[in-house]
Design a protein around this ligand. Structure first.
Ligand code: PLP
Ligand code: COI
Length: 377
C-alpha cells in the first residue's frame, strides 16, 4: 500500500489562510432560536462549514469557511468504494459570560493524525486543525446554545476524494468540519442505560482499525447496534478474546466498592478523550485507576460478589451515562441502584461538565477560548 509521505503532508502549509465566504441566506434568528431551544443530537447544522483540500502534489491548500452545502463527488471517488474515511467529534461550550470554548481540541487533532496514519490518509497539521475549528466556531458563534447542558458538536472528517478504482491510498483528499447544536445524546437525557452484549459480532480485531476513528468501524457496529435496540437496549458492548472492549460509540468504565476505576486497555478500541479526562479527575481526587484487560467474567462475578458497584459509558456525545444493566443472550448483569449523590460516575460527570461550562477552574488547561465574552451577536 502506498502511504502518503508525512514529510509532504507536514511541511507544505503553515499557517493556512482561511478564505471566509458568508452564507448569503443563513437561517433567520427565529429559525435558529427554535432549533437551539431543542437541538437533540446531530439533526441540525449551522450555516457554514470549513474545508481544506489535499493532493499529493499540492499538499494542503484551499482552506475556506463557506456556506453549508452539499458536497459534489465523482461517483468513482475512492471513499465511496473503499471507505477511506476518518472523523472526529468534539464540542464548543458557551460560558455564562457569553465566551465560547472548545474542550481539548489538541487531543482530537492528534487523534485525527493517528487515525490518518492508520487509514493511509495525509496528516493534517495541528495548527491547521485548530484553525479550522476556530474559524468555523467564530463564524457560526450564534449557533452555540447557552441553555442547560447544550453545546455545539463539531464534526471534522476527512476522506478519499480521488476518482480512481484501483485499491491504493488516494492522492486527493477532502477535509471538512461541520457543526451541529447538541443536547442529550440519549432520548431520555442522563439516565441509566441498558447495554446489549454482542457475542455474534466483533467491532475490531488485533491489528485492525479499532483504535482509529474510522467510519468503517461504525458501519460494522450498525447491525449489532440494531440488535441492541431489538433487545430494548441503548448501546452495544463488544468483546475481544473474552475481554470487554467498548460500546458502539463510547468507552466503558467499572467502579469497585473502594472507588477504583477499571477500564479496558486494548489496541483495538478508541482512546477516548472523555475517558482520559475522567480518569485524570478521578486520580486528582485520590481514586486508583487501572487500565488493563478486563474479562467479561470479572464484571459479572464482581457485581455478584459486591466488589463492582458501578459501570458507566463515556464519550463526547454522551458525556457520562451510568449503566443500569448488561444483557446477554444467556445472562444479565444488573447494576446496584445508586442515589446520584453516591455515584462516582455522576460526581465525575458534574466535575467534568463544570469545567467545560466554566463553572469550575480548568486546572489542567483543557479549554481553548475561541470567542471572547461580548465579541459575538
Ligand atoms: N469509543 C467510540 C467507539 C467512540 O465513537 C467514542 C466517541 O467518540 C468514544 C469511544 C469516546 O471518545 P471521546 O471521549 O474522545 O469522544
Ligand atoms: C462522539 O462522541 O463524538 C462520537 O463520535 C460518538 C458517536 C456520535 C459516533
Amino acid at each position: 500500500m502506498s502511504v502518503p509521505p508525512s514529510s509532504l503532508a507536514l511541511t507544505d502549509i503553515s499557517p493556512l489562510q482561511f478564505a471566509v465566504t458568508p452564507n448569503p441566506s443563513p437561517k433567520s434568528d427565529a429559525e435558529r432560536a427554535e432549533i437551539l431551544a431543542n437541538p437533540g443530537f446531530g439533526q441540525f447544522f449551522t450555516d457554514h462549514m470549513a474545508q481544506i483540500h489535499w493532493s499529493e502534489r499540492g499538499g494542503w491548500h484551499r482552506a475556506s469557511v463557506e456556506p453549508y452545502a452539499k458536497i459534489s463527488l465523482d461517483p468513482a471517488a475512492a471513499v465511496l468504494h473503499y471507505a477511506q474515511e476518518i472523523f472526529e467529534g468534539l464540542k464548543a461550550y458557551r460560558h455564562a459570560d457569553g465566551s465560547i470554548w472548545i474542550f481539548r481540541p489538541d487531543q482530537n487533532g492528534l487523534r485525527l493524525q493517528r487515525s490518518a496514519r492508520r487509514l493511509a490518509l495525509p496528516e493534517l497539521p495541528l495548527d491547521a486543525f485548530l484553525a479550522s475549528l476556530d474559524k468555523l466556531v467564530q463564524t457560526d458563534a450564534a449557533w452555540v446554545p447557552d441553555g442547560g447542558e447544550t453545546s455545539l458538536y463539531l464534526r471534522p472528517f476527512m476522506f478519499a476524494s480521488e476518482a480512481f478504482l484501483g485499491v491504493r491510498a488516494a492522492r486527493k483528499v477532502y477535509y471538512f468540519v461541520i457543526a451541529s447544536p447538541a443536547g442529550a445524546y440519549f432520548k431520555g437525557g442522563v439516565k441509566p442505560v441498558s447495554i446489549w452484549l454482542s457475542t455474534d459480532y466483533a467491532r475490531a480485531g488485533h491489528g485492525g482499525t479499532g483504535a482509529a476513528k474510522a467510519g468503517g468501524n461504525y458501519a460494522s457496529s450498525l447491525l449489532p447496534q440494531q440488535q441492541a435496540y431489538e433487545q430494548g437496549c441503548d448501546q452495544v458492548l463488544f468483546l475481544q478474546d473474552g475481554n470487554i472492549e467498548e460500546l458502539g460509540g463510547m468507552n466503558l468504565v467499572l467502579v469497585t466498592k473502594d472507588g477504583t476505576l477499571i477500564t479496558p486497555a486494548s489496541d483495538s478500541i478508541l482512546d477516548g478523550i472523555t475517558r482520559d479526562s475522567l480518569l485524570q479527575l478521578a486520580q486528582d481526587r485520590g481514586h486508583q485507576v487501572e487500565q488493563r484487560p478486563v474479562a467479561i467474567d470479572e464484571w459479572r462475578d464482581g457485581v455478584a460478589s459486591g466488589e463492582i458497584v458501578e459501570a458507566f459509558a463515556c464519550g463526547t456525545a454522551a458525556v457520562v451515562n451510568p449503566i443500569a444493566e448488561l444483557k446477554a443472550s444467556d445472562f444479565t448483569i444488573t447494576m446496584p441502584e445508586l442515589a446520584a449523590q453516591d455515584s462516582v460516575a455522576m460526581s465525575l460527570r458534574k466535575q467534568l461538565t463544570d469545567i467545560q461550562y466554566g463553572r469550575a477552574e480548568d486546572t489542567h488547561g483543557w479549554l481553548r477560548k475561541v470567542v471572547d465574552a461580548g465579541e459575538q451577536r
